[in-house]
Every structure is written in C-alpha cells, then in structure tokens.
Design a protein. Structure first.
Length: 126
C-alpha cells in the first residue's frame, strides 16, 4: 500500500513540475510586433476564457486538463478586457459571462487571473 501511495504522489509531483515548466512560454500574443519593453504578461487558467482584450476579439484559455495557466503577452497601459468564467467551487458550478475589467498594465509585470466565489480577480505578480 505504501508503494502504491508513493507512486501516486510521485506522479502528481512530476505532473506539477512538467505542467509548470510548460506554462512559462508565451502561448498567446496580443500583437507579436510589440517590443518586450512595452509588454505585460497575463496568466490565464483553464476555467477563465478571455474573449476580448483591448480592441481585439481573442480566445485565450488554458487547455481543459492543464495544471498551470497559459501565458499571454499583452500591451502595457490601461486595457479593457472581457472574460467568461466557469469555476467549480465545492459542488457548485459558478459560471458568468461577459465580465468586463479595466486594468492599467505595467510594462514588464505579470498578472494572474483567478476565480474566487464566482468572481474573477486580477492579481499583480511581483
């Protein structure tokens, strides 16, 4: 029994390591022509779909079975974006559509989208 439990724990740890490594590459670019000095970064989990960012229709979401969020390169400055969420909390599915956010993105900084109690919050990363 201990060997089985150890094997399961080892598989989970390896999955988190590889999932974390795979998510460090930029998956979506708002505009590939924007220089890195003018770029911010947005981490998007699998339960949040970014539908619109700035003046562009987009479809930014991590794959359904992804352990880590995907990284999106976005322009700095004040940006408006629209998301859909489908977050499982306990046994209740809390889904919301067309939530609009405005944020002043700083160049070179990262931001994590996160759902809490049916609401999406944007957390600045250090």
């Amino acid at each position: 029994m201990r060997k089985v439990l150890f094997g399961v724990c080892l598989i989970v740890v390896v999955a988190f390591v590889f999932g974390g490594c795979a998510s460090t590459k930029v998956a979506f670019y708002y505009d590939p022509e924007i220089s890195e000095e003018l770029t911010s970064y947005l981490w998007v989990p699998s339960y949040v779909l970014v539908k619109k960012f700035g003046d562009k229709e987009v479809r930014w979401v991590a794959p359904p079975n992804a352990l880590a969020p995907v990284l999106c390169a976005v322009p700095y400055g004040e940006q408006i974006f629209v998301v859909d969420i489908a977050a499982m909390e306990a046994v209740e599915l809390r889904a919301q559509s067309n939530k609009t956010f405005t944020n002043n993105f700083e160049a070179g900084k990262g931001y994590q989208l996160y759902a809490q109690k049916g609401e999406v919050i944007l957390i600045p990363l250090k």
